[in-house]
Design a protein around this ligand. Structure first.
Ligand code: GDP
Length: 286
């Protein structure tokens, strides 16, 4: 699920993206509604050139409703055609065909003036790993469509899925690397489980999550674990106190009777990722 990125992988992903982009009219970019900037590929704008753009805030069911609309507006103001979607249960998917088509209006108009009529617009889905690309494609495509198969003149092996008489979708998404040069973005990606856990110190990560939650969502911690959260929790040491409380509540006790904070850390991260601490947005529009 989580891809390890090396320079070679990134170069290959970039090359594939550049190749595929030549074939399409519109890019459907998925980001995670909980971290819309941190889950955005840093180079996508350069790669996209002048293609039409749709930006979908996926997993909005896990994000704070208070910020969902703000983020939607943020991207609309930047010129994206945008929607909040839940690819898992299909919420918001119905509107996507119209949005994709609308994003291509200028291109369709240009075609019309050149005498090209009724040519379907071609789209591809892109995003970093785990953002929900495959789930989205399944939901978007549904059952009722047939693959159009390889077409002459198109790079061998590409499969286009006909979504309507107006839209065709490349069946495989473009996988792009996340923003790992920025440590804060890297941490948010780790919070939601989009970075390989092998390379993360989970207890440290949980302490960072506690600092964030105690500041913006203190009740999420209080309600889930029935514990006390000190006001103005600022130091890692205070965070350890919270982990100790979680450990005690969940009966994670070491042989000597000490609370097992490493186990509590794993529980917290796991439950957070599964949405058990409620709807949380991890970064906010300016
Ligand atoms: P990909 O790597 O971008 O293709 O991501 P996947 O489609 O494999 O999805 C990654 C995980 O996110 C899976 O466990 C999906 O079930 C889950 N997922 C995808 N979309 C949504 C969504 O809108 N809401 C929620 N809650 N989960 C989602």
């Amino acid at each position: 699920m989580n891809v390890q990125w090396y320079p070679g992988h990134m170069a290959k992903a970039k090359r594939m993206m550049q190749e595929n982009i030549k074939l399409i009219d519109v890019i459907i970019e998925l980001v995670d509604a909980r971290i819309p900037l941190s889950s955005k590929n840093p180079d996508i704008d350069a790669l996209a050139g002048n293609k039409s753009r749709v930006l979908l805030l996926n997993k909005y069911d896990m994000a704070d409703p208070k910020y969902n609309e703000m983020w939607k507006k943020y991207f609309e103001d930047k010129g994206f055609h945008t929607a909040l979607i839940n690819s898992k249960n299909g919420q918001g998917i119905n509107q996507i065909k119209d949005i994709v088509y609308k994003a291509c209006e200028a291109k369709i108009e240009r075609d019309r003036r050149r005498g090209i009529l009724n040519r379907p617009v071609r789209a591809m889905v892109v995003g970093i790993p785990n953002v929900g690309k495959s789930t989205f494609i399944n939901s978007f495509v549904g059952k009722a469509t047939a693959k159009t198969g390889n077409k002459p003149g198109v790079t061998k092996g590409k499969q286009w899925i006909r979504l309507s008489s107006k839209i065709e979708l490349l069946d495989t998404p473009g996988i792009l690397w996340p923003k790992f040069e920025d440590p804060a973005a890297g941490m948010r990606l780790a919070f939601i489980g989009s970075i390989n856990d092998d390379i993360i110190q989970m207890t440290e990560l949980s302490l960072e999550l506690i600092l964030f939650l105690s500041k913006y969502y203190p009740n999420a911690l209080k309600d889930r674990y029935d514990i006390l959260i000190p006001d103005n929790l600022e130091s890692i040491k205070d965070g350890v106190g919270v982990l100790e409380q979680i450990a005690t509540k969940r009966s994670c006790i070491m042989k000597g009777g000490e609370p097992d904070i490493d186990r509590a850390a794993l529980i917290l991260i796991d439950e957070f990722r599964n949405g058990r601490l409620g709807k949380v947005t991890l970064e906010f529009p300016e």
